[in-house]
Design a protein around this ligand. Structure first.
Ligand code: ZN
Length: 232
């Protein structure tokens, strides 16, 4: 659950170059044309604008459900990685050559509650970052796999992209999009122990459930309890 969003410099912005603004420098010179010519010019400009809009990969509902479907596939893949039910795995969703892709080999720190979320390390040249994802193994005694941790949100806000988590207790995939979701709208408030020993209240949002991998991990807390009984 503890993930580290590496600070990137301003020049290193992962979003640079993702949006191409269409600029029209041809300012109509009013007064030099007749009314009819102006009208024809206006209509042709609208036709051109509509044609360009149809060709651009503008965000739409179809794209969004596509991103969610790919996120579910990516998390299923990460879940079936080596020790996927025990360790947190993370990866990125990118557009490469017009195609939506996920990390072929998601990264792990081989820990149940820590994963590195450094999108730059996983990005290859030509990738446009469009989402982050990571798994939450089912360890219900230790943390809440169904909620986003404060660090999970930090990385989503840092990279300005939706972030997806897999709750391995249920198999459900949750999405939190910093552009449309508010942390206060979902989830729960829990009391956590800070490093300095004091306690504080923290909101853990659940985001929106956008899919299911169709499988669940074992409850690691249960296994640990059984192990401690048999080894004592
Ligand atoms: Zn997390």
């Amino acid at each position: 659950m503890d993930i580290t969003a590496k600070r990137a410099s301003a020049e290193d912005n992962p979003l640079t170059g993702t949006q191409n603004a269409i600029e029209d420098s041809r300012v109509p010179r009013i007064g030099t044309m007749t009314g009819a010519a102006r009208w024809i010019r206006l209509v042709s400009r609208i036709v051109v604008a509509v044609a360009i809009a149809a060709l651009l990969p503008l965000p739409s509902l179809a794209d969004e459900s596509n991103l969610e479907a790919v996120a579910v596939r990516a998390l299923r893949w990460a879940f079936y990685a080596s020790n996927g039910y025990r360790w947190e795995y993370s990866g990125i969703l990118v557009i490469h050559d017009g195609q939506l892709r996920y990390s072929a080999s998601p990264s792990t720190l081989k820990q149940v509650d820590a994963v590195e979320m450094d999108a730059e390390k996983q990005r290859t040249p030509g990738d446009t970052l469009v989402g982050l994802y990571h798994t939450h193994p089912c360890n219900s005694d230790v943390y809440f796999p169904q909620y986003f941790s404060p660090q999970d949100l930090v990385s989503a806000f840092f990279y300005h992209v939706p972030t997806f988590i897999l709750d391995e207790c249920t198999g459900e995939v949750h999405e939190f999009d910093p552009l449309r979701d508010r942390a206060a709208d979902t989830g729960t408030v829990v009391r956590v122990l800070r490093k300095d020993g004091t306690r504080t209240w923290v909101r853990l949002p659940a985001g929106r459930v956008v899919g299911d991998i169709g499988d669940q991990g074992p409850d690691l807390s249960l296994i640990e309890r059984l192990m401690s009984h048999t080894t004592q």
